[in-house]
Design a binder for this molecule. Sequence first.
Ligand code: AMP
Length: 466
Amino acid sequence: MNFKELNLSREVLAALAVCDYKKPTPIQEAIISQILKNKDVQAIAPTGSGKTAAFSLPIIDKLNKNLADDFKLPRALILVPTRELAVQIDASIKKYAIHTDLKSATIFGGTKMEPQVNKLKKTIDILVATPGRLAEHIKEKNVNLAHINTLVLDEADTMLEMGFSEEMGVIFDSFETKPQTMLFSATLGESIKKLGEKILESAYCVNIDKTQKGTHKIVQSVYYINRDEKNALTSYLIGKQYQHQFIVFTRTKQTAEEVFNYLVESGLKCDSLHGDKTHGKRQVAIQRFRDKEVQVLVATDITARGIDIKGLEYIINYDIPNSVEDYIHRIGRTGRAGMDGNAISLVSSSEVYSQKVIERKLHIKMKVVKEKGFGNDVEDTIKAPKILIRKEAKRDVTGAFGQQKKKVKPKKKTTKRDGDPKAEKFEKKTSKTVAKTPTKEKKAKKLIDSKTYAKKTKSYKDIRGR
Ligand code: AMP
């Protein structure tokens, strides 16, 4: 299939020719015509699948066909979790709409309100915004969303995880009529299903994760390594591939800064991206990386979500992320738009459990790689927790990783029958079967486990549903 067959207008096709997109990606093939037919859409689409164009192209087409002088207010709203993603999507829209008179603008937090208020007074057709700041503008009556007829929720799972559901409610309440809605997420969790039920009407559903299998490959490998050797191995691996760029992911901003400092000291050109940096500095870091002025970007999960770096072949998981979703987002930075990629995880003994959960949930087996001189004494600890892993993994349906549990020593069995000769006989009789049947303690432990589990699930749901 080519773009012409998707019934896109001349203006959009001309813009695509400049982008050098030869044919639609699977998500584009699946949903562009549905959006043009005014259908709601729910799509599970990994980052890098071409989803920005998948929703932007038909939106541009539809708005462009209904362009009238009196349309000053925004008609399409794209909600995204981070300002970096907002800037990136806005840039793509401007590129795709170059042959039209449509105007797009961004609104996001972390910068002054005033310039945004002025921006909102001008004509805007497509507004790309983060929920928090947009809700603030609504409350202060700086923006009128009454004419919104198209709504996109991009990376909706991340927006919910970040606790934006209240702000999203404020935004939805400000529409005059129900807009055509497109809901995108990397995974289909309970909260996304619930949100879909609330805001979508007879939606066209597509799961690109499944249909795209085999079209591109991310080689996922793992180094089992001591914690204190991670810096040296990271630097070594990057140095070895000096012609390639890397994103190194860390869970916390402190670790990001530590790794960044180490890599700079070891002579690599790098930048860091985390929550302690101003928006301006983050944008500069991303741009420098895009322009290939730096080889390495050390980033935390949230700041790097959705960032699109063309042709990026390597990511390193300096530590194992907090959830399977984060892992999917991290590796999605590479292997974009059908290209191959490499995701390397550095796993110390305390992280083996979490890494195994990822493998089990994603039905993958990371390729174990060794580097001479690194991680020799981790080997033994890798085999040890196997049985425990299987037990624990069963309980973990939330995607968040729990801590590896310590083995509980069974207490001495005390029953009412203690000291009773009949009881001793009974004990002897049953002792052979004790190994097979669960003891009271084991049963009790199971009960406690299931209670803790229920609590864990509840609190997780509570957070997601906020
Ligand atoms: P996205 O998933 O929207 O972030 O897009 C990922 C990357 O794929 C971006 O660099 C896009 O420019 C690129 N892309 C989108 N659609 C196509 C296409 N049909 N052919 C080639 N590259 C594309």
